[in-house]
Ligand binder design. Structure first.
Ligand SMILES: [Zn+2]
Length: 488
């Protein structure tokens, strides 16, 4: 453990000392034994946030054709190549990257392994090949900026892009672009997107996702700054078809994150954004594109399997599109993995040997939206069955009335604000709807947080062999660096 942990850090920190991060010289540097012809021209990295191995499995059963005896394979199954461990660095700031972990041990101190990562540490690992502490964005344990595969791509003359379903300053995309001690510093992270450059050039040519509130602020209007610098700005899906291919793009389609797939008017929004990003990025030097199915994680945090399956459906459509793209552009590599697992979801629970995903198939909106509408009384308890696509039992309808009654009593006895009370009611409804779904489908959960199990790795296209078998998440970055001609 100590050896495999310390060596990549030492290796990377040497590199950072030798070459200042933002003063990289342009030009492909290839290893003597690796010719550029072995390198894919385009690299598409997809992070499915929170997607432990159970989610592609659940998706497979969710979309099973009931008319055939065997379960059909999914787009994920076609491209499965291996798995990855995701643990973060030992506890924050404890072990210096310039000192081998053995030296720290010699002082008699013991390092603390947490084994369970957050999205920031894991995305930083995937982006830079360096283990860091939970919450870190593109910096190591000593808070030193680290070179990312996206920055390297830019430095060797490729175009770069991100297309995500969260706000574009959220932990995963931020780790590829910004440098910050904490993922929570959204505004400074947004500033980095404009202020940090590679060889004097903007780092990212195409940025698509949510988050206008971080780019159009009272203290700074980054949208205007990007436009003045030559970017096209769009804020609706209708405008995607109006983009000029040669010109860089900032596209923000929501104030914060994009709506859940189940609630989105634009269906398969990740797929739509991925198609646009690729169209914008295609050029003779190739491109690096980061895609993130950001909200598989958010469904799992709420123990809401309907939400996560909606996100998986959009991700599957993205993969299907990329399969056809790679068929006609075989010099492209696609890698999909997760940053960690979330929720400890289980297919089958309570000792009962069955899982019934058919109850997830006819949702008219997300359970969270249903809960909000119940609280606002724009949806009646009796109409909830229509929204869910299955009939509620009399005792469930009664329990929903009890929730409202308990809430009414609560308001009278607690000293919370009206807003807080409303939120509490939404939470109660939401949790109860999720409970109904779990009982119908016979699903289980172990946590509302992350878990430390290994995640699956999928790859296809040029260079996919490199990702076969077991690896650690930092090795995924190492392999991508190598495929872009960067020697260690
Ligand atoms: Zn999470």
């Amino acid at each position: 453990m100590i050896k495999s942990f310390s060596s990549p850090l030492t290796k990377k920190s040497t590199f950072i000392l030798a070459v200042s991060l933002f003063g990289l010289n342009a030009g492909v540097q290839t290893k003597e034994n690796e010719t550029p012809t072995e390198q894919p021209k385009n690299i598409i990295m997809i992070v499915a946030d929170g997607m432990g191995p159970v989610f592609p499995t659940a998706y497979r059963y969710y979309f099973d054709d009931e008319n055939t005896p065997l379960v059909e394979r999914t787009i994920f199954d076609q491209f499965y190549v291996g798995s990855a461990s995701t643990y973060p660095a030992t506890e924050s700031g404890y072990i210096s990257t310039s000192v081998a972990s053995g030296a720290a041990l010699a002082t008699g101190k013991k390092k603390t392994n947490l084994f369970v990562t957050d999205s920031a540490a894991s995305a930083t690992a995937l982006a830079t090949g360096v283990k860091t502490y939970n919450k870190a964005i593109g910096v190591d344990q000593n808070k030193k900026p680290q070179l990312t595969v996206l920055e390297w791509a830019k430095s060797i003359g490729k175009k770069t892009g991100i297309a995500v379903t969260s706000q574009i300053v959220h932990a995963t995309p931020a780790s590829y672009i910004a440098k910050n001690v904490s993922r929570k510093n959204y505004n400074p992270i947004a500033d980095d997107y404009f202020d940090l450059r590679v060889n004097g050039k903007f780092k990212v040519d195409v940025m698509l996702g949510g988050g206008t509130k971080y780019f159009i602020r009272d203290d700074r209007n980054l949208k205007d700054e990007f436009v003045a610098a030559g970017y096209q700005y769009i804020d609706s899906y209708d405008q995607l078809s109006t983009l000029t291919p040669e010109q860089p793009v900032l596209g923000l389609f929501a104030k914060d994150a994009l709506p859940a797939e189940l609630d989105s008017k634009q269906k398969n929004r990740l797929t739509t954004l991925a198609k646009t990003a690729i169209k914008q990025l295609e050029n003779e030097n190739g491109f690096f594109l980061l895609l993130e199915a950001s909200q598989v994680d958010w469904g799992a945090h709420s123990n809401d399997i309907a939400y996560s399956m909606g996100e998986m459906k959009d991700l599957a459509a993205t993969m299907t599109y990329l399969k056809s793209y790679v068929a006609s552009n075989p010099d492209t590599l696609v890698v999909l993995t997760a940053d960690h697992n979330t929720g400890g979801f289980t297919i089958g629970a309570r000792g009962v040997y069955k899982w019934q995903p058919e109850y997830l198939k006819n949702f008219k909106s997300s359970p969270n939206k249903m809960a909000k509408r119940l609280a606002k009384k724009t949806l009646s308890v009796n109409n909830l069955s229509d929204e869910l696509g299955f009939a509620l039992k009399p005792e469930e309808l009664k329990q929903l009335e009890v929730i409202l009654l308990e809430h009414t009593i609560d308001i009278k006895t607690n000293a919370l604000s009206e807003d807080k009370n409303k939120k509490n009611l939404v939470t109660r409804y939401y949790e109860y709807i999720n409970k109904i779904i779990d009982l119908r489908t016979n699903s289980g959960w172990t946590t509302k947080g992350h878990t430390g199990i290994d995640v699956p790795v999928y790859a296809f296209g040029k260079g996919k062999e490199k990702f076969a078998g077991f690896q650690d998440n930092i090795e995924i970055a190492d392999k991508i660096f190598a495929l872009m001609g960067k020697s260690n």
